[in-house]
Design a binder for this molecule. Structure first.
Ligand code: F6R
Length: 603
């Protein structure tokens, strides 16, 4: 949420900042801005409401410098406007600041320190830059004024600060919000996500919460809270520029849907051996199998993947699994079992709601595992163990390949744990083979784009609302299918347990209401068909997505059979494409839906 870039020590600063912001646009896209300056150079502050392209159109050729910071915003405090866009400047224009996060005590800070300051906008960030100026006016040098501000601020932040009287330095600090330093030859960069600066460098250094970093063109100095210098190795980014391009695709989402068979094959390579066994760090399996209950904690699409994970883990390990929303768990922690094991699911590894749960359970001394797509992300660093999703960068705001990768990695984990416990179902389960069948079936469905596009035209072109229904794992996929549809096409969609409709929600069915039924489970197929009949009798227009074994000739989408434990990996694919085409046909931006941003780093 919100993206930060910065560079010091290069001539083409403006271009680098803008290109970096374009790569970070997925993190927020309601307004943007840059500040560039340099020794004996003029200062330039350019801000714009809207997207990076809008900002770009306001940048004139004289906007040049050798040091600069930039920001793309997802509004929290203060509506999207040019005034509220970052960078923010202090009253005397000496300090310029960009911020990602939320300052919780900004009202108190305003009252205590800034009564005499004229504030321009409504953001919490402006309070911080004024606070730095206030402490500098008290006689502190910039670094100390910044440090002092950090001691009184409560909340989450990643900051990059320039003192225009000393344009040889960018001051950086973070707490709970992501920020990286990228190392170059004669220059250095900062960014919220490595992909923003991959064109400049692929060597990055992580910053820990509470540290301050002094970034100069030729050196980077990290200090801990006590002022001690910290030495930290850099790491090499695991992907390159070609991984983060759209290629010939019109949208990232379509590319990412199409990527899924490749991701399945990559997961087979990463997590199974030539005998077809699951290969997972023994320590993880020992901790997991020693537990008496598994708690899966996640948000949004990852939460929906968690429910499918529960179904697989319980069958393979016989350990009960609970699935929780991070934002609820953090403040209403359920009674825990005696030996709990926590699994955090997070594509980005940065979701603040999930992180606050991880912090709490770590304080309780409980074991944790993060499944994430981003190596080195906060949830990965702070959990006891990590399993990477290997899905490749996911850039479309609507998550697709991370969902299926999470389920596939959970299945591998379940297989390794089940084998360890001698569970017969697990011992008989050839995970490498079954996932390769999944990859092939995914390809078959992906090839049906024209059919799916036509279905969308027939059933969703004018509707205001829609339902997905199913039972068991088909219900779990219905939850994800409806989230996907509503978040990008703005059709009000609900995923419902098919048998529960008649207990109230069926009242919403009217003439022409589209109802998508998902049928992949022998036990429940007939019952879901019964529920579909009930809504049809009340005017619904039904579309059935069924596994071949349980399909009828009249079903609109028939999916080749796969292993019964893994059906969500294939039944979700048509629903992703349905969301994609519904959005396209309604003329909305598929990759950047309104009000949203990827990587939700505020609670
Ligand atoms: C929906 C979507 C979100 C995320 C959620 C959690 O398409 O992407 O619902 O799944 O914000 O994000 P992560 O997985 O990064 O923790």
């Amino acid at each position: 949420m919100c993206g930060i870039v910065g560079i010091i020590g290069k001539e083409n600063t403006t271009d680098i900042l803008v290109q970096g912001l374009e790569k970070l646009e997925y993190r927020g896209y309601d307004s943007a801005g840059i500040f560039v300056t340099g020794k004996n150079k003029e200062d330039h502050l350019v801000k714009s409401l809207g997207r990076i392209a809008d900002l770009q159109s306001k940048i004139t050729p004289e906007v040049q410098g050798t040091v600069g910071i930039g920001h793309t915003r997802w509004a929290t405090h203060g509506k999207p406007s040019e005034r509220n866009a970052h960078p923010h400047t202090s009253s005397n224009h000496q300090f310029i600041l960009v911020h990602n996060g939320v300052i919780e005590n900004f009202e108190e800070l305003k009252q205590e320190f800034l009564q005499n300051k004229q504030l321009e906008g409504e953001t919490d960030t402006e309070i911080v830059v004024q606070l730095i100026e206030h402490f500098a006016e008290d006689g502190l040098v910039t670094k100390e004024a910044f440090k002092k501000a950090l001691t009184v601020i409560k909340g989450s932040y990643a900051f990059a600060l320039i003192d225009k009287n000393d344009p040889d330095t960018i001051y950086v600090a973070k707490n709970k919000s992501p920020l990286l330093i990228g190392l170059g030859d004669g220059f250095n960069v900062i960014c919220s996500d490595a992909m923003a600066m991959l064109a400049e460098t692929n060597h990055f250094v992580e910053i820990s919460d509470g540290e301050m970093v002094i970034v100069k063109a030729d050196k980077v100095e990290i200090e801990d809270e006590k002022g001690n210098v910290v030495y930290r190795e850099s790491y090499e980014a695991q992907f390159d520029l070609s991984d983060i391009g759209k290629g010939t695709y019109p949208y990232y989402m379509l590319k990412e849907i199409d990527d899924q068979p490749t991701v399945m094959r990559r997961i087979i390579r990463e997590y199974t051996n030539t005998l077809g066994d699951a290969v997972i760090d023994k320590k993880i399996i020992e901790k997991l199998t020693a537990s008496d209950r598994i708690y899966i904690v996640a948000c949004g699409t990852s939460y929906n993947a968690g429910w499918v994970g529960k179904a697989i883990l319980e069958k393979m390990t016989n350990i009960p699994v609970e699935v929780h929303l991070s934002s609820e768990f953090g403040y209403n922690m359920p009674l825990l079992s005696e030996k709990p094991f926590f699994i955090f699911l997070s594509q980005s590894g940065e979701t603040a709601d999930s992180r606050q749960v991880l912090v709490q359970i770590t304080e309780l001394g409980l074991p944790s595992l993060t499944l994430t797509n981003v190596a080195g992300s906060t949830l990965s660093r702070e959990a006891d163990y990590t399993l990477l999703l290997h899905a490749g960068p996911e850039i479309a705001v609507a998550s697709t390949k991370a969902y299926t990768a999470q389920i596939a990695v959970l299945a591998v984990l379940a297989k390794a744990a089940g084998d360890n416990k001698g569970n017969q179902l697990s011992l008989d389960f050839d995970i490498a083979h079954e996932l390769s069948v999944i990859a092939a079936v995914m390809e078959t469905i992906i090839d049906e784009k024209m059919t799916i596009s036509q279905l969308v035209e027939d059933y969703l072109s004018t509707t205001r609302n829609a339902f997905y229904i199913g039972r068991g794992v088909d219900y779990y996929v219905s939850m994800e299918a409806s989230l996907k549809l509503k978040e990008i096409s703005y059709i009000q969609a609900e995923g419902f347990a098919a048998g529960e409709l008649k207990h109230g929600t069926i009242a919403l069915i009217e003439e022409g209401t589209p109802v998508f039924g998902i049928i992949t489970d022998q036990k429940t197929a007939a019952h879901t068909r019964g529920n579909l009949k009930e809504v049809e009798s009340r005017g619904a227009h039904n579309v059935v997505i069924a596994l071949a074994s349980f399909a009828k000739e009249t079903d609109q989408l028939i999916i080749p059979d796969v292993h019964p434990l893994l059906t969500p990996l294939v039944s979700v694919i048509p629903t992703q494409l349905i969301a994609y085409f519904a959005t396209l046909q309604r003329g909305y931006d598929v990759d950047k839906p309104r009000n949203l941003a990827k990587s939700v780093t505020v609670e």
